[in-house]
Write a protein that binds this ligand. Sequence first.
Ligand code: GAL
Length: 952
Amino acid sequence: MSIRTTTEYVEDVSPGSGALPPRARYASSDAKSFSLNGGWRFRLSDTADAEDDSFAQEGYDAGGWADVSVPGHWVLQGHGSPVYTNHLYPFPVDPPRVPTENPTGDHLRVFDLPEDWPDEGGAVLRFDGVESCARVWLNGTDLGEFKGSRLPHEFAVSHLLKAAGNVLAVRVHQWSAGSYLEDQDQWWLPGIFRDVTLLHRPAGCALDFFVHASYDHVTKTGTLCVDSEVDGRVTVPELGVEAATGESVTVPVEPWTAETPGLYDGVLATAGERVPLRIGFRTVELSDGLIKVNGRAVLFKGVNRHEWHPVRGRALDLETMREDVLLMKRHNINAVRTSHYPPHPAFLDLCDELGLWVIDECDLETHGFTEQGWRDNPVDDDRWTPALLDRAARTVERDKNHPSIVIWSLGNEAGTGRGLTAMAEWIRGRDSSRLLHYEGDLTCRDTDVYARMYADHAEVERIGRGRDGGPHKRRELPFILCEYGHAMGNGPGGLADYQRIFESYDRLQGGFVWEWIDHGIEDERYGYAYGGDFGEELHDGNFVCDGLLFPDRRPSPGLVEYKKVIEPVAIEGDRTGGTVRVANKYDFADLSALVFTWTYEVNGEPVGAGTLSVPALSPGESAEVKLPEPPVAEAAGEAHWTVRALLAADTPWAPRGHVVAWGQFAVSPRQVPSVAATDGPVPGDGLITLGPASFDARTGALLTVGGVDVTGLRLDVWRAVTDNDDGAAWQTDVRHGLLWRRLGLHRMRHRLDAVEPGDDALTVRTRVAPAARDIGLSAEYRWTSDGNRLRLTVSVTPQGDWTVPLPRLGIRFALSAADQVRWYGGGPGEAYPDSRTASMIGRWQSTVDDLQTPYVRPQENGARADVRWAEIGGLRIEGDPEFFLTARRWTTEQLDAAAHRTDLSPSGAGVWVNLDHGQHGLGSQSCGPGPLPPYHLRAEPARFSFVFSEIG
Ligand code: GAL
């Protein structure tokens, strides 16, 4: 028995030894395979060399070991803890050395071959993903070791297999030289987190093969050629194709696009194996300075997707992957960047099948080297180049047969260096049919696309105009924002403004919102845990929760907004013309898959509905479509047309009737409430009554409206600061959240200056200001009544030198009880000034609890915009003008202080209601730009009114 304790390979820059060369991945074939997923025995050690390798020998007694599930991460199964850092290495930077404290998980699985396992032929053991370094033994024989966590590694094992009692031993080290190449912004999660499979390799089986399937948009033909390491025949029955491998065949085809993902089923048959192929014909090229597919420029409406599951981490099951793709398709997303590593291969099968453009990114990031000015960066050190080339090859070889992949990405945030160039050259040599992306090199030395992250709107517009300068090569390239719209907490704001710019300049080919899903970890202490919740000595808090989906995959308002912003059909009306303008914004599809409906709403109530006949416009075409006569001639109040584009039939990604796009426009304006001031205030015993209301005579505070108790009504400017208000630590621009707190806007004092009962109004004058500052707001509350209703007009005048916008401006008060809320205005979800396109005017209802948006770190949320009237807690409130409505069972102060959802519980005081005249925009300054100036809530004189009445 060999006793080895050497662990030199852990800190070796080489990618590993013993594994087979990388090759194309395919989902299935007629060769047998046997999954080794499931329960494994498990032992955790503190260091790489704490235990010798005797556990790998046959007969070892692992009786005292724990169990873990494979695929899985041991830190999510009760052994050790996850660690979250954004770009900092959670260990001293001294490449390629790693700490002595190196959690090491020994995994053991004893298995018998299935009964029907063939006697002859070879066998391969495949690991689809192990973080970060593994050594493998089968039946006591050392097979080798590997790094490259999100890449497949295969070992030839036929000579070692036996019918029964095979002992597969895998030692996994959390830290290795490979960790220096895997500094992505995510949890560090060691383990065998993707499938382990034993593959039978019959004599004459397929090895590597490359499906070349291009499309000529002029002749409308596809050319297929399958290069195969092992000769064979290729058949595609639907196309009548029968060809030898290496032979080119050109036939008329329907091309593959993300919008029309037509795949042809084929077979590659070698002497010993039949491999099903799913062939999509398409041609990607850089032409006229644009990314073109099948001869047309594409506009990416993308997201960055990390693999995430709140319980299983990056060990995703097929259902979760499918859910991701379905959610993307249903939200009009047409592209995904696999940030920042190749995903589980099944995800790419789904992208082929359901239609998404993919930027497939290599498993490479060395961001932490930025801390030392990129000194010792592995991508600029030839010793690491074999590891980089290995990663490039494992990515491209595995994934090259996916039509959905149109661009390879070298990696993310790895600085610049010769190693990247070597990767690019290798990739170009191997696959000239796709383009190359890498954001980290502003010269675009190795790339076909100028990519940036978080550039603000003005800069993107300059780039669109070609006024951005830069090296000559870059000036000739198309542009994408490979990351933008940082979706951390409440936000992002400003997506519609970006989209307008993208659509205005050909050079701008869209962007990828950062990011798809919050990486919160389900945790009974907190609801969802984030960085720091596991006692990490170094962490980046909730920066890991910056997705368009909550950890449980519930869409956030940011995703609902994005869906509207990127909808592929523009529907715009005009007030008078009786027509609606419909424009097809798809790149490839006509509108024949959609039906159009209209509804006509008066004061939010539909009074008529029907279908609209819209021609099957081609991409880029638009038409003026006549609307029917309005169902009511003279609308008694505000009237809207709402026109929707729905799926005409079931598709693989959504059922018939799914709303793809909509437009809404007003035809007659709202009549604002008027209240004649016929009653006057009547002073009584410590009280003043006015119409249905009573006030405290000394303080002027509203006490009741009819039978409804109201407490604490006063001006409010504070909101629980959002992640985007706070801004990222490195932002050089103004970070409003910090300024607000520094000024003391969270602790405003309300000085009572006067309570003045007059003939027809009760006037209360106050000054609202923070300690230690000379700025303030004078606030005058003027109350009038017509006997039944109570009108409040608030007049606000800033005093002193206000140099910052306000978080919000409105009133707040508490109601002793409220549950159901009804309103007429924007809904159904929350909306803020720069994230409100998805807010539809209508009649909505909700419970108070459901009005809350459950951001993982609690913060301002849940405002409904453009509210004309609302009914809550026995009160009806009408606004003049429209207002933002928020209601919650805790105060803003409690919300602001909460770190996790579990910190919030009903305060007992009832329900706090905010009626806001204005809210500051959201922006995305947690990583990108703040709100654009038009969405700043400037401190300036304002007047707004509310009419209160008791619901009878
Ligand atoms: C980018 C990076 C992403 C993520 C994002 C912020 O710089 O590429 O991985 O860290 O910022 O959430």
